[in-house]
Ligand binder design. Structure first.
Ligand SMILES: [Ca+2]
Length: 447
């Protein structure tokens, strides 16, 4: 292996992918042999958090290493802010060929973020025959389905630029709805044989109010949970197959050990957990925890796992660190290389994820430690809701402890850590304007 010269970057992103829905994260039903192979040759982060449980903010954070409150794409708004730096722009400045295939959420800005080649391919939501077809079988063969097209475009680009350093995002539309895999994946899973998450039906002592929005929105559109889960797993297996195609080609071209490979999702999916689907302004693990897998050249530390907390804003500084490029100024993520190379290296005490649902005016901020989950939901009109879960003893978050007297000290500590983080992190003018417009200027949004 020639280990001189610059390394390539290949990022596989899925959209709305619950971290429970991978074989290498312990799911007994879903088949993900290619991602499991990547995990066996890579390092799996078991406690990775998205900075925001919404598509556009999370994608922007991935590309900039910044929290949503700082880059200013704070919710699903259409206009995208200009940013001072991005991973792709820094790579391009260093001589890399840059490309983004698949779902980018910001067609008007993606080139400005530093990508030379941009191709979204087919857009499944726009091609959906009707809302009633949100879950089901795609009539398209794999090569015409977005999952196959994204992989095909990625392979062509890599073949064409095999002699140049490249930075490629291969960004799948799925398993975000529409949940419509091609055959044979649409028939791969028998709904009767699929196990449900333990928290899909349970007697909760309290539920966050934004869950109602998702439940109401999808009532009558999503079929029963087992059928939806079978389609969701089918789409994940189809994406896994296509990721395998890219990995195989990378090996054939002898580039796999000249490339840093990352797999992640922008955010999670309720996936039937807590009784509903998609995502909302809530801080459950189903929404904010994401799969995060790193394959370093030479499969360094391959097959290892890390329990230390990480955040997907760490991707950009980690890649720059491993490539030997100068770190970006003002980036809020941190390089994960020290943790990857030393299993005993201390991780951060907590990570934060924030999401604002403009459609109902609720803002949720979540604080995650290795043991605790604290999240609170504020709005201009309703009382603040607070939740606390003991993830060591209740990983599926089925018992809220925020009103338990003997958890009071932990609740106070989490709340104080989150307050301080929000105060110290501040926010950009654009985010402030957005929140003031929503009547949240008096809420606990420290600046
Ligand atoms: Ca998304």
């Amino acid at each position: 292996m020639d280990d001189t010269g610059p390394l390539n970057i290949l990022v596989f992103a899925t959209d709305q992918h619950n971290a429970h829905a991978l074989g290498c994260y312990g799911n007994p039903d879903v088949q993900t042999p290619n991602l499991d192979r990547l995990a066996a040759e890579g390092i799996v982060f078991d406690n990775a958090i998205t900075p925001s449980g919404a598509c556009r903010p999370a994608k922007m954070s991935m590309l900039t290493g910044l929290h949503a409150r700082t880059h200013g794409l704070f919710d699903q708004q259409e206009d995208t802010p200009d940013v001072a730096h991005s991973l792709a722009a820094l790579c391009r400045n260093a001589g890399y060929k840059t490309a983004f295939f698949g779902k980018n959420h910001m067609p008007e800005k993606i080139r400005k973020l530093g990508f030379d080649t941009v191709d979204s391919g087919p857009k499944p939501l726009e091609e959906l025959p009707s809302q009633q077809d949100m879950v089901g079988r795609s009539p398209l063969p794999n090569e015409e389905h977005s999952a196959g097209v994204v992989a095909g475009d990625t392979i062509s680009f890599i073949e064409e630029h095999a002699d140049r350093p490249f930075c490629v995002f291969s960004s799948h539309f799925g398993p975000h709805q529409p949940i419509r895999p091609s055959e044979p994946w649409a028939s791969q899973y028998d709904p009767a044989g699929i196990s449900q998450p333990p928290n899909h039906q349970y007697a909760a002592n309290r539920m966050p109010s934004p869950l109602d929005f998702a439940t109401r929105k999808w009532a009558g559109i999503y079929p029963e949970p087992a059928i939806t889960l079978a389609a969701y797993y089918g789409l994940i297996s189809q994406i896994d197959f296509n990721i395998g195609r890219v990995l195989d080609r990378l090996e054939e071209l002898a580039l796999i050990d000249r490339t840093v490979i990352v797999f992640l999702s922008d955010h999670g999916e309720l996936m039937g957990e807590h009784g509903t689907w998609t995502k909302e302004a809530i801080g459950y693990e189903a929404v904010i925890r994401v799969p995060f897998i790193w394959r370093l050249p030479g499969a360094e530390r391959g097959g290892e796992r890390r329990a230390q907390l990480s955040n997907t804003i760490d991707m950009m500084p980690t890649l720059l660190d491993r490539l030997g490029l100068p770190p970006a100024p003002e980036v809020q993520g941190r390089s994960l290389l020290p943790v990857m190379r030393d299993p005993l290296h201390e991780g951060p005490a907590f990570e934060v994820s924030e999401v604002f649902g403009a459609h109902h005016g609720k803002f949720c901020s979540a604080l995650r430690t290795e043991k605790w989950k604290y999240f609170r939901i504020v709005s201009a009109t309703d009382p603040t809701e607070e939740f606390l879960f003991d993830l060591e003893n209740d990983p599926w978050e089925m018992r809220d402890l925020s009103t338990e007297a003997d958890c009071r000290a932990s609740l106070d500590q989490c709340r104080e850590q989150l307050d301080r983080w929000q105060r110290e992190t501040g926010m950009c003018g654009r985010t402030r304007k957005r929140l003031v417009a929503a009547g949240l200027e008096d809420a606990e949004l420290s600046s």
